[in-house]
Design a protein around this ligand. Structure first.
Ligand code: NAI
Ligand code: MG
Length: 336
């Protein structure tokens, strides 16, 4: 699924900065990437509110083509058009896996200091299928779809992720006591697929209990795999656990492409002031480097960010400091 290349063979990276601080954190991140010893060929694409104003389309076909032709895509943030841009891109690229790491860093508002787990969320079905929602005589209904194919694909992805990243346990999260058929099937597939990974421990919890365990014993989780809606909710709980949007990256992985983006939006309240925290975008770039199997560069950037946070001297306002995006970026380049 990932793309390993020799040094002479440049990676083609689609760069879609979007709106507001999306542009600012993207510029900072490209700056940092240019200080690693990898040759990237960046191809810029437009998308978002400004693009809509200028071209009448929030996600032009040209941008979709750029993303499709790339080895990986870096995405900043869109504004009000976010759903039209990012949801459509995920569909176009069939990005079935949404990965959100939850990790505690020093000098941040984290609930505990040894949190480090990955949420692997199914991105294509569950309760989030727009055309399965309808108005009825009594109100409205939404249909929850669980297919063997999609759940097997995401659960296998989670076990493989655990295997490749030295994780010892995968937790399947569902509500099979109430949703006996749909989540009953999810649970059944979880243990079926798990048999292919004899060295990895398996456990399953109900989603409501998991919501509590994330607060009471967050350090016990390593990899969580779950359906679309549950993954959406638990991953925001995870962001809250480790202290804020300025630090949370994500990846969308599919058969036709991969896209890496911070979880935050365009932050109109601070856009244009040069004070956005670029770390979430830079950690998204770390995830991209790992996807490209450029692990040495990924470690270098990851460690530089860790050092910056440990020193706690050059931090943006959201982390209690008063440094600018540019100052943080320069310090990370120094620490590389
Ligand atoms: P937001 O994530 O843009 O901002 C929420 C709060 O967190 C704001 O106070 C903001 O200043 C702060 N914040 C976010 N990222 C930060 C960073 N890197 N450094 C420092 N502070 C940061 O979410 P909000 O306000 O709900 O939405 C603003 C716009 O972004 C909306 O138009 C929304 O549609 C869009 N959006 C786009 C997303 C995407 O492109 N994937 C995701 C979420 C929202
Ligand atoms: Mg969400």
């Amino acid at each position: 699924m990932s793309t390993s290349k020799t040094k002479e063979n440049k990676y083609k990276i689609a760069v879609v900065p979007g709106d507001g601080i999306g542009r600012e954190v993207m510029e900072a991140t490209i700056n940092v990437l240019n200080n690693l010893d990898i040759d990237f060929d960046y191809v810029y694409g437009e998308a978002g509110d400004e693009c809509l104003e200028k071209t009448g389309n929030a996600l032009p076909q040209e941008t979709i083509d750029i993303v499709r032709d790339s080895d990986a895509c870096l995405f900043g943030a869109a504004g009000e058009t976010a759903a039209d841009v990012i949801v459509k891109l995920r569909q176009e690229m069939k990005m079935f896996a949404n990965l959100r790491p939850v990790k505690s860093y020093p000098n941040t508002n984290s609930l505990a200091d040894d949190i480090d787990f990955m949420i692997v969320r199914e991105n294509t079905e569950g309760l989030y299928i727009a055309d399965k929602e309808e108005i009825t005589e009594d109100g409205a209904t939404a249909k929850r779809v669980i297919t063997r194919e999609a759940e097997e694909r995401i659960i296998d992805y989670a076990f493989k992720y655990a295997q490749d990243n030295d994780k010892s346990k995968v937790t399947g999260v569902h509500k099979a006591n109430v949703l006996k058929k749909s989540d009953g099937l999810f649970k059944e597939i979880f243990y079926e697929v798990g048999e292919r990974y004899p060295d990895i421990k398996k456990e399953d919890f109900y989603v409501d209990a998991t919501a509590m365990y994330l607060i009471t014993q967050p350090e016990s989780f390593e990899v969580i795999v779950t359906t679309n809606l549950f993954g959406d909710i638990l991953s925001d709980e995870g962001a809250g656990l480790v202290g804020g949007l300025g630090l949370i990256p994500s990846a969308n992985i599919g058969s036709d492409g991969a896209l890496f983006e911070p979880v935050h939006g365009s932050a109109p309240d601070i856009a244009g002031k040069g004070i956005a925290n670029p770390i979430a975008m830079m950690l998204s770039a770390v995830m991209m480097l790992r996807y490209l199997e450029e692990n040495e560069s990924a470690d270098r950037l990851d460690n530089a960010i860790l050092k910056l946070l440990s020193e706690g001297k050059v931090l943006t306002g959201d982390l209690g400091g008063n440094s600018t995006t540019k100052e943080v970026t320069e310090e990370i380049i120094n620490l590389l």
